[in-house]
Design a protein around this ligand. Structure first.
Ligand code: BGC
Length: 722
């Protein structure tokens, strides 16, 4: 009988085929099974002890089991105590860090920095691999345009191009150059697809979107992940127009596998195959297992559908052995690509202490690059260096564990630097008074007087407000995404003191706080920045770092405006306050509080002289676009310049703006530079009435700016010859 680790004999041409030939049906199904090991509970079903199942060959993969020794022990059971010795695949949600936690993905998206996105994924992978893991359930690539949906925190924000760039950077970061390397982990592009389009922003709800929107908005990030070589894809919990993604033949088998040629593993989401019964498309787990397998889902995560349903499905002719074999082959092939057959213990190395220091520095750098300065009246920021007294109040000031955000992985609750600690350390000359005032949630206002007392002698107040980490992320949707609990009461009382007030918003989504923005001197979005949160925030407050983060998502004024995003279609009756019969509200503006891309720095960057050539172009080649950028401020700093297009006349109404590129620019005070893009003419194409790509002759407007605020964009035109 062949064993997995056997050196190939000359007559054994292919380890995987040899193993397959030797496997019983139960062993095959075992390879398609992934269960949790109790270390972390990330869903409703909790399995019993899995060791016996592993030994019997019924469990071939684990999630939520980490730590070099723990992984080695369980791997030894699979390799030494099972009949065929096939190593386990161990996966975990190392989404924005393993032990060192980086900013939540929505926050890191604000950095608009592909090199940074890749670097944090690389470090997270190294730490995950040190913990014995070979797979991460990341990156999360769900475009989201509704801040009620809690999982907006985990993803790239509202824009398909940004999502695609993040996909590329993260896959390369997690997987490295060689998946078999001891510090590489298999990435999983999730959640496929349109999960962020959940009806009314409610997690797990149906997504009912047009095929056009699916293709233009939700699929590109997954196409980018596949192009970058992603090892795995996870279908989402939702249905798209009635077809649950876990059984979606047209998207999983036809689009992902056939059109894109994806040959990796499709791993279900947690219990999602069994949930096909509750979706109402399967009578029982047997039918559910058959639907998922036939759609191309290889691994059943945490359900028992494959374990209980596949054998009867085979017996009843609902699936074939060939289909089962194809899935087993893909799983074994991934194990082989990860180098697990050669050396199942290659991950789990002793951590490199030197690297830990550098990783911490990267977490701080990522943190400060993710901060978005929304407003700064009278230049209250950066804080004056001679500041004598400062009050740091609010329930997020000392909320250590919350700084980790939605996926804390193996990051310890005691690990992050709080805002209070970071700021106090950065201002050694200042006396710091602190009181939380109120809790994040709940109706107790008794602490407000103590907070006001802490503010009494302060030269400036840092008001640390927002959400608990657990208020965004999975199953954490909020119909009213404002400040929870009594935080508004605290803020009103502090603002009434008439002191300079700087608000720091810890949040996993845009919060509807226009009343606060109108009255505070400065507002910073600090998301959940991870292990180095407090130090990163202090760097921005003191001016040691000039803020450069830009909103990856439109910031609504009111929840009644959502879904809200910059790439809307024009309407035949665009909003006009002077004309009743136009596309607007009677009781709210249509404009957001802050547009996509908004984010101030200490100083001023200006754009001028947008040029696009040639003025007339054929169907091949590229448009050379250039724009002058100047730092007119007194500090060195960075900004992001966005390149949009507008197709004013097309056979299908095109969005008012479409992002085509973005570039980060670093400039010394007084310095100027020219940003250049070479935009392929193909970037002007779109999906025509028949949903096939088409390049239509005519005028195109190129627009450049530092946000999607249309009035502030520079524009130039080119004509595509017929
Ligand atoms: C989430 C996934 C996650 C999985 C495993 C599910 O509930 O939707 O994002 O990867 O659990 O923890």
């Amino acid at each position: 009988m062949p064993r997995a680790g056997d050196v190939a004999h000359p007559w054994v041409m292919d380890r995987i085929e040899t193993l397959l030939a030797a496997m019983t049906l139960d062993e095959k199904i075992g390879q398609l099974n992934m269960v949790t090991s109790h270390y972390a509970v990330t869903g409703p079903v909790v399995a019993g002890d899995s060791t016996e199942g592993i030994r019997a060959g019924r469990i071939g993969n684990l999630l939520n089991h980490w730590g070099a020794a723990a992984v080695r022990d369980i791997q030894r059971v699979a390799v030494e105590e099972t009949r065929l010795g096939i190593p386990l695949l161990l996966g975990f949600d190392t989404v924005h860090g393993q032990r060192t936690i980086f900013p939540i993905p929505l926050g890191e998206a604000a950095a608009f920095d592909p090199a940074l996105w890749e670097a944090t994924a690389r470090e997270a992978a190294i730490e995950a691999a040190e913990d014995g893991l070979a797979m991460t359930f990341a990156p999360m690539l769900d475009v989201a345009r509704d801040p009620r949906w809690g999982r907006i925190a985990e993803g790239p924000g509202e824009d398909p191009l940004v999502a695609a760039r993040i996909a590329d950077a993260k896959v390369r970061g997690f997987q490295g150059a060689d998946l078999a390397a001891a510090d590489a982990v298999a990435a999983t592009a999730k959640h496929f697809v349109a999960y962020g389009a959940a009806t009314a922003g409610r997690d797990y709800a149906s997504a009912d979107i047009s095929e056009r929107t699916l293709n233009e908005v939700y699929l590109p990030s997954f196409a980018a992940a596949v192009a970058a070589g992603v090892a795995a894809v996870m279908p989402s919990f939702n249905d798209v127009a009635g077809m649950p993604m876990t059984a979606h033949v047209p998207l999983l088998r036809d689009w992902l596998r056939r059109t894109l040629g994806f040959e990796g593993v499709i791993v279900s989401d947690y219990d999602a195959i069994t949930e096909l019964v509750r979706h109402g498309i399967a009578e029982d787990v047997v039918a559910a297992a058959a639907l998922a397998l036939n759609a191309g889902v290889d691994i059943d995560m945490m359900g028992d559908a494959y374990a209980r349903g596949l054998a009867p499905a085979l017996a009843h002719g609902l699936v074939t052995m060939a289909t089962i074999d194809a899935s087993v082959r893909r799983v074994l092939r991934l194990k082989e690509r990860l180098g697990l057959f050669e050396d199942p213990y290659r991950r789990g190395a002793v951590p490199d202490a030197g690297r830990r220091t550098a990783r911490r520095a990267l977490a701080r750098e990522a943190g400060r690059r993710s901060v978005v300065l929304l407003s700064n009246r009278g230049d209250v920021l950066p804080l004056r260096s001679g500041l004598r007294r400062i009050a740091i109040v609010g329930p997020l000031a000392d909320a250590r564990a919350d700084m980790r955000g939605s996926w804390s992985a193996a990051g310890e609750a005691t690990d992050p630097v709080t805002i209070l600690e970071g700021t106090a350390a950065a201002l050694p000359q200042a006396q710091v008074a602190h009181a939380p005032g109120v809790a994040i949630e709940g109706g107790d206002r008794d602490g407000i007087p103590a907070a006001l007392e802490a503010c009494r002698d302060a030269d400036v107040v840092l008001l640390c407000l927002g959400e608990a980490a657990a208020m965004s992320g999975e199953a954490s949707c909020r119909a009213d995404p404002g400040l929870p609990g009594e935080q508004r009461a605290l803020a009103e009382a502090v603002l009434a003191l008439g002191k300079p007030v700087v608000v720091l918003l810890s949040c996993g989504r845009p919060l509807t706080v226009s009343w606060l923005v109108a009255r505070a001197d400065a507002v910073l979005v600090t998301w959940f920045l991870g292990s180095e949160a407090g130090n990163a925030i202090a760097d921005v407050l003191t001016g040691a770092f000039n803020p450069s983060g830009k909103l990856p998502v439109t910031w609504p004024e009111h929840v009644g405006q959502v879904p809200i995003f910059y790439g809307q279609r024009p309407s035949g009756r665009p909003a006009n306050p002077a004309d009743h019969y136009t596309s607007k509200y009677l009781d709210l503006p249509v404009e957001p509080l802050f547009p996509f891309g908004h984010g101030l720095s200490y100083g001023r960057f200006t754009l001028s002289s947008l040029g696009a050539s040639p003025a007339e172009i054929g169907p091949d080649g590229a448009i050379e676009v250039s724009v002058e950028v100047a730092n007119e401020g007194e500090r060195a700093g960075e900004t992001v310049v966005f390149l949009f297009i507008r197709d004013p006349v097309a056979s299908v109404a095109r969005p008012v703006l479409e992002l085509k590129d973005f570039t980060r620019v670093a400039l010394a005070p007084g310095e100027r530079t020219t940003v250049r893009w070479s935009l392929p003419v193909a970037a002007l194409s779109f999906l025509g009435p028949d949903l096939q790509p088409v390049l239509e002759p005519g005028r195109f407007v190129l627009l450049a700016g530092q946000s999607a605020e249309r009035a502030a964009l520079l524009s130039a035109e080119v004509t595509l010859a017929g």
